[in-house]
Design a protein. Structure first.
Length: 217
């Protein structure tokens, strides 16, 4: 079997920038939730390549490596397989302390391809319903909400992001502002393992890779 060149976005095995069917399946068919996750990715990672380049230009390779690792996880969550592989390639290059320029260029090319796809997909997304315009379901008990969030984080389910956003005030009341700030950083980085630890239940296993075909391990 031919192995893909992790540094070549034109490789014939890469295909489309996003596996939409896989992403929707990941959130159990909730297209609205997946659209919100894509929108959050567009907002948070639109300038990721610029941030990595800045870190490299300033000689901060550890920061560049962390930013690349975070982008790798986030791209996996939205089923952007080629971008996941490009981030993996750059991460390996940075870890090996070898010339990063080609890997950096190719990651930026693939990220831009994903961003263009997201712009097309999100262009026709319906505007969110204003708060208070519809009746809201009764909030779950805090213990139930925490347990549900832990379960979603433990299996790497993207629905954890949605539940976290909906339960911010309850989580703040339970965890306190300082822990909540750290938890927010972990969730923004899609670092589900750290989020689990902050919730008082360390992960029993590493956060699983989304797809064996591009796990990079």
């Amino acid at each position: 079997m031919k192995l893909p060149n992790l540094l070549d976005p034109a490789d014939e095995m890469f295909g489309v920038p996003l596996d939409l069917a896989g992403g929707i399946e990941r959130v159990m068919g909730d297209r609205g939730m997946f659209a919100r996750i894509l929108s959050r990715f567009r907002l948070d990672y639109g300038r990721a390549a610029c941030a990595i380049r800045t870190a490299l230009s300033e000689g901060d390779r550890p920061l560049a490596q962390r930013l690349t690792h975070t982008l790798k996880g986030a791209s996996g969550l939205i089923e952007a397989r080629p971008l996941h592989l490009q981030a993996l390639a750059l991460e390996n290059v940075l870890r090996a302390h070898i010339d990063h320029r080609t890997a950096m260029d190719r990651l930026e090319t693939e990220l831009n391809r994903v961003l263009r796809e997201l712009d097309k997909l999100l262009k026709n997304t319906a505007a969110p319903v204003p708060p208070g315009s519809v009746a809201q379901p009764a909030a779950p008990r805090r213990t139930d909400m925490l347990e549900r969030l832990r379960q979603l984080l433990d299996v790497g389910d993207g629905a954890a992001v949605e539940l976290f956003e909906e339960s911010r005030q309850q989580l703040t009341d339970v965890l306190g502002k300082q822990v909540m700030q750290e938890l927010t950083l972990a969730m923004d980085a899609f670092d589900f393992e750290r989020a689990l630890k902050l919730l008082g239940q360390p992960a029993a296993r590493p956060t699983p890779d989304l797809r064996p075909a591009y796990s990079g391990r």
